[in-house]
Design a binder for this molecule. Structure first.
Ligand code: S3P
Length: 170
């Protein structure tokens, strides 16, 4: 089957959904953040703190170029990967791009439960930061994706079933 690429904002369930999809479809799971962490032997947080966001974005772009040769994969991506227009083009070439959408409320709730600290959200007003980042990215997620799934009120199983239902139609 064609590769599947999962995009979406932080806290929309990309990692969990990708993990389950990879199990169900017996396809290798690759997560761009984990790939970068393993390559650099640093956590995403360390990379942001020591080297800055621009450096991270370059790593993200380079990693995507390397990973674009892979076949039969579920590619889970960092929420900001669509910041770069060349990444958008490349992601669409890599495979079927699924956008996991969620409201700010859902995102806030999911992030509270998450163990991973997001460097971009170490701010006083998290909600405001999420809203402004989301606003600046919506058009990019939309341009990048072949189809979108509204995840509000859905659990991981339901999101995955929804993706599987949509896949053959494309
Ligand atoms: C980021 C999202 C993170 C990670 C980094 C930057 C972003 O990934 O790549 O902290 O810019 O939205 P998740 O979407 O998996 O949290």
């Amino acid at each position: 089957m064609e590769n599947i690429v999962i995009i979406g904002f932080m806290g929309t369930g990309k990692s969990s959904v990708s993990r389950l999809l990879s199990k169900k479809l017996n396809m290798e799971l690759i997560d761009t953040d984990i790939y970068i962490e393993q390559k650099k032997k640093m956590s995403i947080n360390e990379i942001f703190n020591k080297k800055g966001e621009k450096y991270f974005r370059n790593l993200e772009k380079q990693s995507l170029e390397i990973l674009s040769n892979k076949k039969n994969i579920i590619l889970s991506t960092g929420g900001g990967i669509i910041s770069n227009d060349q990444n958008i083009e490349l992601l669409r070439k890599i495979g079927m791009v699924v956008w996991l959408k969620a409201s700010t409320d859902t995102i806030m709730r999911n992030l509270e439960k998450s163990k991973i600290e997001r460097p971009l959200l170490k701010v006083k007003n998290k909600e405001q930061k999420i809203e402004s980042l989301l606003k600046s990215r919506l058009d990019k997620y939309s341009r990048c994706s072949h189809f979108e799934i509204d995840t509000d009120g859905k659990n991981i199983d339901e999101v995955v079933s929804n993706i599987l239902l949509n896949l053959p139609k494309i």
